[in-house]
Design a binder for this molecule. Sequence first.
Ligand SMILES: C[S@@+](CC[C@H](N)C(=O)[O-])C[C@H]1O[C@@H](n2cnc3c(N)ncnc32)[C@H](O)[C@@H]1O
Length: 231
Amino acid sequence: MSDKYKIVGPLYDIMSSIYSLGAISDCKKTIIDQITPGQTVLFAGAGHGEDAIEACLKGADVTVVELSLTMADQLATQFRNKLANSKVITDAYTVGKMEIIVNDIFDHKVTQYDFVVANFFLNVFDKHMMEKMLAHLTDMVKEDTGTMVVGDFKYPTGNIITRTLQNIYWFLADLFFVIFSGNSCHKLYDYRAYLSDHGFVEQKEYLYSFMGIGYEAIVANRVGPRLNDKE
Ligand SMILES: C[S@@+](CC[C@H](N)C(=O)[O-])C[C@H]1O[C@@H](n2cnc3c(N)ncnc32)[C@H](O)[C@@H]1O
């Protein structure tokens, strides 16, 4: 299978950092403070994986499933560099396990995790595939105690000007990845509504935006039955 991120993969984090003035990086790391050593965390399509690396350095057992070899290679290099330069080792801090699987996450065996993280991942798919993917990911969140995390472009809300600007901001980024990575061209998804359908409720709002333009992290726990368990 061809690697859709072969061209933009090596530059992905630099580009997203410039486009968002650092907000994407902050958004991806929303849950790091909530993670405790020994917890299990799945990162879907982690890219360079700065969030996954931080989680591992906090002592979590991290699994990354990443389809692009270019992206997985970047992650592995950054992880090695971080470990080499990190004081946490000398401070006798327990680093968790880091497992990097280069594969389609649909093929990932359903195990249940404390956290399942989909940062800037679901937006690469068309609506039908995104719904299938979200169902697959939510199935891997531990019953009762598990948390699902979706970091992405903020769903447009507010007045018409704010909504229009946010849509333009999204479509410019989307267009770039439609051309260079073959992503889907679509409107922003309302992940809160989809998660609610799967029996999840948001903990609180985490916004990384300026006057409604920007990003959000949805951190949600399962409180009800899954969609396919409903009558
Ligand atoms: C837009 S990038 C986001 C990367 C990273 N999460 C971030 O926020 O920087 C989407 C990533 O998902 C990966 N991906 C796309 N489809 C996938 C699949 N079916 N299984 C695993 N990874 C996938 C791509 O290779 C890419 O690295």
